[in-house]
Design a protein around this ligand. Structure first.
Ligand SMILES: [Ca+2]
Ligand SMILES: [Ca+2]
Length: 128
C-alpha cells in the first residue's frame, strides 16, 4: 500500500529533526551562533545579507505570503534598507538571547529553550 510506504519513509527521515531536540543546556555564544546561522541560512545568493524575498522564502517552504513573517522582517530591518545585514542579525540574536535566558546566567537550559520554542512540535516539547 503506497500510503503506508510513505509513512515509513517519513519515519526514517525523522532523525534529522530529533538531532536538534535533546541537549541539556548551551552557553549563550553557542545559542547565538546557532540562531544567527539559522537566520543566515536564508541568504540564498550568499551576499551576506538577507533580502525581504530571501527572508520570505528561506524560513519555511511555502511561507512566501505569510504576513507575520513580512511584519517581522520590517521589525528586524532596523535601518529600513530592505535587507537584514550582519549587524541587524547580531542585534536580533542578542536581544533574543537576553529574552530567552530567563534567569540571566548566560546559559540556555532545557526549560528556557522549551519556553522559547514555538509550539510546532508538541511531542518534542513534552519530551524536553
Ligand atoms: Ca542575501
Ligand atoms: Ca537593514
Amino acid at each position: 500500500m503506497p500510503v503506508f510506504m510513505l509513512a515509513i519513509l517519513s519515519a526514517m527521515a525523522a532523525p534529522a529533526i530529533a538531532q536538534d531536540a535533546p541537549r541539556a543546556s548551551v552557553d549563550g555564544a553557542t545559542f547565538a551562533k546557532r540562531l544567527s546561522d539559522r537566520m543566515m541560512a536564508a541568504d540564498a545568493d550568499g551576499d551576506g545579507r538577507i533580502s525581504a524575498a530571501e527572508w520570505a522564502a528561506g524560513g519555511r517552504a511555502g511561507a512566501a505570503a505569510n504576513p507575520a513573517r513580512t511584519r517581522r522582517f520590517a521589525m528586524l530591518d532596523a535601518n529600513k534598507d530592505g535587507f537584514l545585514d550582519r549587524a541587524e542579525i547580531t542585534a536580533t540574536v542578542a536581544a533574543r538571547l537576553r529574552r530567552v535566558d530567563g534567569n540571566g546566567d548566560g546559559r540556555i537550559d532545557a526549560t528556557e529553550r522549551a519556553a522559547a520554542r514555538p509550539a510546532r512540535t508538541p511531542a518534542a516539547a513534552t519530551a524536553d
